[in-house]
Design a protein around this ligand. Structure first.
Ligand code: ATP
Ligand code: MG
Ligand code: MG
Length: 351
């Protein structure tokens, strides 16, 4: 790897290189050089088929932030000595950034305060990127959070699945089909000209937030590969889905998969505290839909993959994707039961 470090003008002889973090998509390494630490990543080009788009989106975002908010902590790409965003070799894309010192990440949200802090960081990113010219940018994963596409993919999987497989997941198929009103709500948002695109992180799970070792407050967000134009319901919804659930999405204790209202309140406060002054009426109206949108879409994707024979999400036991779809179903059902209370929380946060 020495020549990769050299391509970024790093002294390679006295640098230590070690695998780092618990990310699932890219290969991540910590580089400890003489005076500075860095994060080196090999981009997963199965997922990101055009890494140059990531490079361009991050470059434009960084430029905007440096001009308007020079003290804001944004993980910039370090250019190669040739002035490129990546060192490319044999189809592999390598990227270097500074390591954020004094930081740590967590894998589960155990306190409402962590949900607040994380949501605050994602809200701040989007609000500070307001005004960036989105016409210069492209999606690093086209139609990533497009629920219409995910529903079409589900219908196709249903057509192709064996009768036995379908019969064994009938309850879940019925649930996801009978709740397809969410697809219609999503289409209306997509077609609504008063509903803006903004720079959205699109992967707001908790280990994409860096916390300060001393204060436990959020320092910044990381994992910016899907920072691209989108709708706020993506980021807010995935925080509702992953921070408020009392169980992880892998849990098969479905009766314990419940929405925790204190976490909803905390994350709404964190996110909307940053963004509420900037939201349009159509965005405000959609806040209650954010959680169900992302829970439904994720459950649908797990069920689709189960019907397709587990080709996308890795499994370690049979029916794991079906169980994940059941887990998301339980969460969505509990959200539906609590919808009035959640609406009250949102209204209080906006006031
Ligand atoms: P995911 O599975 O979430 O898509 P990934 O494979 O894209 O993850 P990252 O999230 O970018 O990888 O990085 C993995 C982990 O490395 C992060 O969760 C974080 O703990 C740590 N990390 C990444 N970049 C930095 C940085 N610049 N400074 C400090 N820690 C970092
Ligand atoms: Mg990550
Ligand atoms: Mg990632």
């Amino acid at each position: 790897m020495q020549h990769i470090l050299q391509a970024f003008s790093l002294e390679s002889n006295d640098s230590e290189i070690q695998k780092f973090g618990s990310g699932l998509i890219n290969d991540t390494f910590l580089i400890v050089a003489a005076n500075e630490k860095y994060i080196l990543q090999k981009i997963n080009t199965e997922v990101f088929q055009n890494p140059e788009i990531i490079g361009k989106n991050l470059y434009e975002a960084d430029k905007h932030l440096k001009t308007l908010y020079p003290t804001y902590l944004f993980i910039s790409q370090i250019k190669t000595s040739d002035g490129e965003n990546f060192f490319v070799e044999n189809g592999n894309y390598w990227r270097l950034t500074k390591f954020i010192d004094n930081s740590y990440s967590i894998n589960t949200v155990n306190e409402p305060e962590m949900a607040f802090e994380a949501a605050r960081a994602f809200g701040e990113l989007t609000v500070k990127l307001q005004g960036l010219d989105l016409t210069k940018l492209k999606p690093s994963i086209p139609r990533f959070h497009d629920l219409s596409l995910r529903y079409e993919q589900f219908k196709l999987a249903l057509q192709n699945a064996s009768p036995a497989l379908k019969a064994a997941s009938k309850t879940e198929i019925d649930f996801y089909e009978s709740n397809n009103g969410y697809v219609e709500t999503f289409r209306k948002i997509q077609q609504d000209e008063t509903y803006p695109n903004r720079m959205i992180h699109h992967d707001t799970k908790i280990n994409n937030v860096l916390f300060d070792k001393q204060t436990q407050k959020s320092l910044c967000v990381c994992d910016l590969d899907t920072l691209m134009p989108g709708k706020i319901i993506s980021d807010l919804g995935d925080m509702v889905r992953t921070y408020s659930s009392a169980e992880s999405e892998e849990s098969t204790e479905f009766e314990h998969v419940k929405i925790r209202l204190t976490y909803i309140e905390a994350l709404m406060n964190g996110y909307l505290g940053k963004l509420k002054k900037n939201l349009t009426p159509s965005e405000k109206e959609s806040l209650i839909f954010a959680g169900p949108f992302m829970i439904y879409m994720q459950g649908l994707r797990f069920l689709t993959d189960h019907l397709n024979g587990d080709v996308y999400y890795q499994i370690s036991y049979k029916n794991q994707n079906l169980n994940r779809a059941k887990n998301q179903q339980a969460l969505l059902e509990d959200y539906q039961l609590n919808q009035t209370k959640i609406a009250t929380i949102i209204a209080a946060t906006l006031s």
